[in-house]
Design a protein around this ligand. Structure first.
Ligand SMILES: [Zn+2]
Length: 410
């Protein structure tokens, strides 16, 4: 099936996940999309197909030779809550002329804000109508993986096992919560969930969340001397003691403390920080620094501050660095279809970070989409077709390597 037809069909289904719900999946649209994909996978006649009805995960497999490393691909069914994901009316700009694109009377996709548009002159661009997101994140990934599967079900060639998993609720951090490794356990996997064509990411933040609650003592301000403990003032003191390493001041490999929430009054205040760093040592130092600040204040104010730090995910590089031979294969696979690999550290997390922690190295690959989670989201059709070639090339490249030799190299 044509990749465009698949993509337009997938984005016509509203699969916005819902962070207020804890059911799996958090929205019925995801089940609806899963049903469509299951039907397509049946038609492709893959060797193994399983739908985890309890949690809405799709697992598919094309059997190959066990002499080669098995390769897995992952995309997510849901779309972000950041913009509306229902009633998407995509616009197709055929033979793009390099000018600003009018999404609607009040909304322009400009070349000045989106210099990448210049790479798509003469090609077909798919945009929104300026009122919804597009859903290329991650339905482009699903369509591309389906295109790759279609290739290998129609072409009889040597390869290792090819495994695919489509997960629910990635956008709200639950994508791998119910991933079943007895159905998905390749030697290497890829999330197809990144942005530009050629993007390859194998590093991401180490991440923790710190919740702080402060119990103050309220008295009449006129007679407060030596009695009042002002919770909001202590909250401000905590924040002022941290360095100005904050999201709005940092980029590339720089970590940060992000004060995501703060509220309170004299008698009670609470704060929430996101702590992020690529380096594990610096990540630990950040947590220690916040703990030391709180401990110091607690000494002075009778232990009125409670700090709870929870690790969320870790840098996949700690796992992937042991698989440089596999990474070399991925670089050459991208190269061989005449795409320049673009290595981008992910200033966030991916499902691949969690999958890597489960023992399966899992870098992220670009889908060709731009401006995710936004009404300005767009994708170039030719880039989607090229990503299918990249996925096919990856499988083919891993088939050139004897598994035993690869293991010896490690
Ligand atoms: Zn995504």
């Amino acid at each position: 099936m044509d990749i465009l037809k698949r993509f337009l069909n997938y984005i016509s289904i509203d699969t916005t996940s819902d962070s207020k719900k804890s059911d799996s999946p958090t929205s019925l649209g995801q089940r609806k999309l899963a049903k469509v994909i299951m039907q397509e996978l049946k038609e492709l006649n893959v060797d193994n197909l399983y739908f985890d009805n309890d949690h809405c995960y799709i697992y598919a497999k094309i059997n190959g030779s066990s002499s080669y490393p098995s390769v897995g691909f992952v995309s997510h069914l849901d779309t972000s809550e950041d913009e509306r994901g229902s009633d998407i009316s995509p616009k197709m700009i055929v033979d793009y002329d390099g000018q600003d694109i009018c999404l609607n009377d009040n909304c322009l996709l400009t070349v000045s804000s989106n210099p990448d548009l210049k790479n798509h002159i003469g090609k077909t661009i798919i945009t929104t109508d300026g009122t919804t997101l597009l859903g290329a994140d991650d339905k482009a990934g699903i369509a591309e993986i389906m295109g790759m599967l279609e290739h290998f079900t129609h072409n009889d060639c040597e390869h290792g096992d090819i495994l695919v998993c489509f997960t629910p609720d990635e956008e709200i951090g639950m994508g791998t919560d119910n991933l079943n490794l007895s159905y998905f356990n390749p030697d290497i996997a890829f999330t197809v969930d990144g942005s530009v064509l050629g993007e390859l990411s194998y590093e991401n933040f180490n991440a923790a969340t710190a919740n702080i609650s402060i119990k103050g003592i309220n008295t009449h301000p006129g007679t407060a001397k030596d009695k009042m403990v002002n919770a909001v003032r202590l909250a401000i003191a905590i924040n002022s003691s941290l360095p100005l390493e904050i999201p709005e001041n940092t980029e590339n490999y720089e970590g940060f403390y992000h004060l995501e929430e703060i509220s309170g009054d004299v008698s009670y205040a609470k704060m929430k920080y996101l702590i992020r760093d690529f380096s594990f040592n610096d990540f630990e130092k950040r947590k220690k620094k916040l703990t030391a600040i709180v401990n110091e204040l607690n000494k002075k104010y009778n232990n009125c501050i409670e700090l709870n730090i929870q690790d969320k995910y870790f840098n996949m590089h700690s796992i992937i660095k042991n698989y440089s031979d596999y990474l070399d294969l991925v670089f050459s696979a991208i190269d061989e279809v005449n795409v320049e690999p673009i290595v981008i550290p992910v200033r966030g997390g991916t499902d691949g970070a969690n999958i890597s922690q489960m023992g399966i190295p899992c870098p992220n690959i670009g889908t060709g989409g731009h401006n995710f989670h936004s009404i300005y989201e767009y994708i170039c059709l030719e880039d989607m077709q090229k990503v299918v070639e990249i996925l096919i090339s990856i499988v083919n490249n891993f088939s050139k390597f004897n598994k035993e030799n690869v293991n010896i190299m490690r």
